[in-house]
Design a binder for this molecule. Structure first.
Ligand SMILES: Nc1ncnc2c1ncn2[C@@H]1O[C@H](COP(=O)(O)OP(=O)(O)O)[C@@H](O)[C@H]1O
Ligand SMILES: [Mg+2]
Length: 317
């Protein structure tokens, strides 16, 4: 079943240098219980996309559907109900956790705000959540700064899950953690997904992480989706020159796609007043004159495999 759908979603920021197209015409669907990985370099619009979906930012255009309901412009009351179902896990739990609240106060807070449970029920729920995320009971009166990064992220996860949400935006949830701890947190998120039937948008700049967690993947470049496909296919047979370059740069042992490293030329610009044409053209090894004026459309090249490149057929012969 389709849980979330976004259609032609746009988020523009009015900046002193012009209109910044942070998210520009993004569309996808996610089935219940699945994970959509969203990957791309820093600044390509991943966090903005996640925040717009959750209504933490207003959208500029386009639509968001949740279980078939158009929730793009819902009123306050409905939004509050939706925010129970739709939560976020942040990259840096340290900056999102209140330093003056203990572990149990932090996890209890969303329940206290909702005023639906009594004190005893809240205490029980907090204990249950600490157990679910693997936090020992002995930390219930600790403060965030007394714990290591992995445990702090477990607090963040417990707090995000305490209202029993269905849909979670995980925004770089392991990027701030030591590599040795990343795997533990990823495995926790995968277990929780199975046990609580959660649906994830999993945002990361790290291709090896996205490969491990995703059913489908969107590759973003300067606000746009340039390639979208089932995860396995994307890693075995990437079609967009940008995806090929990203994949060529990572040391993953078990992917079939192995090519010489493709160096990305030039700098990552920012999509302020973008000109017509392919946004990747300036850095693309295959670009011809036409690419600088003709905007590529996201097309289904193979079943469920979408690519936005004017010459996708020619370069993948
Ligand atoms: N509140 C804001 N006002 C202006 N520009 C913003 C704002 N938030 C993000 N941006 C810009 O939007 C673009 C996308 O940012 P972001 O979504 O944070 O990217 P990512 O998460 O992929 O690193 C960047 O160019 C960033 O500078
Ligand atoms: Mg981000």
């Amino acid at each position: 079943m389709k849980l979330l759908e976004v259609k032609n979603l746009k988020k523009y920021f009015n900046t002193s240098s012009g209109m910044l197209h942070a998210v520009d015409n993004v569309s996808f669907t996610i089935d219940e219980g699945k994970t959509l990985g969203v990957v791309g370099e820093s600044g390509c619009g991943k966090s903005t996309l996640g925040r717009v979906i959750l209504h933490l930012l207003d959208n500029t255009d386009g639509n968001i559907f949740y279980k078939g309901e158009d929730i793009t412009n819902v009123g306050k009351k409905r939004l509050k109900e939706l925010q129970r179902d739709m939560q976020i896990i942040f990259q840096d739990p340290f900056s999102s956790l209140n330093p003056r609240m203990t572990v149990s106060q932090t996890i209890a807070e969303p329940l206290i705000i909702r005023k639906e449970l009594n004190r005893k029920e809240i205490d029980n729920k907090v204990k249950e959540m600490m157990d679910v995320v693997g936090l020992s009971k002995r930390f219930e009166n600790s403060y965030p700064h007394e714990l290591d990064g992995g445990r702090r992220q477990r607090i963040g996860i417990a707090r995000s899950l305490v209202l029993n949400p269905k849909f979670i935006v995980c925004d770089e949830p392991v990027s701030a953690l030591d590599v040795s701890i990343q795997a533990q947190i990823i495995n926790l998120l995968l277990d929780l997904q199975k046990n609580m039937k959660l649906t994830y948008v999993f945002i990361t700049h790290d291709l090896s992480v996205v490969k491990y967690v995703s059913h489908n993947i969107c590759v973003m470049y300067l606000g746009q989706v340039v390639e979208q496909s089932p995860a396995k296919e994307l890693f075995n047979a990437p079609m967009h020159p940008y995806t090929k370059a990203l994949l060529s740069a990572i040391p993953i042992a078990d992917i079939k796609y192995k090519k010489n490293r493709i160096l990305l030329k030039g700098e990552l610009s920012s999509p302020i007043n973008p000109k017509p044409g392919c946004r990747f053209a300036k850095r693309c090894n295959y670009a011809v004159d036409e690419c600088h004026c003709k905007e590529p459309k996201l097309q289904e090249i193979e079943p469920n495999h979408f690519v936005a490149c004017n010459f996708v057929k020619e370069i993948n012969k």
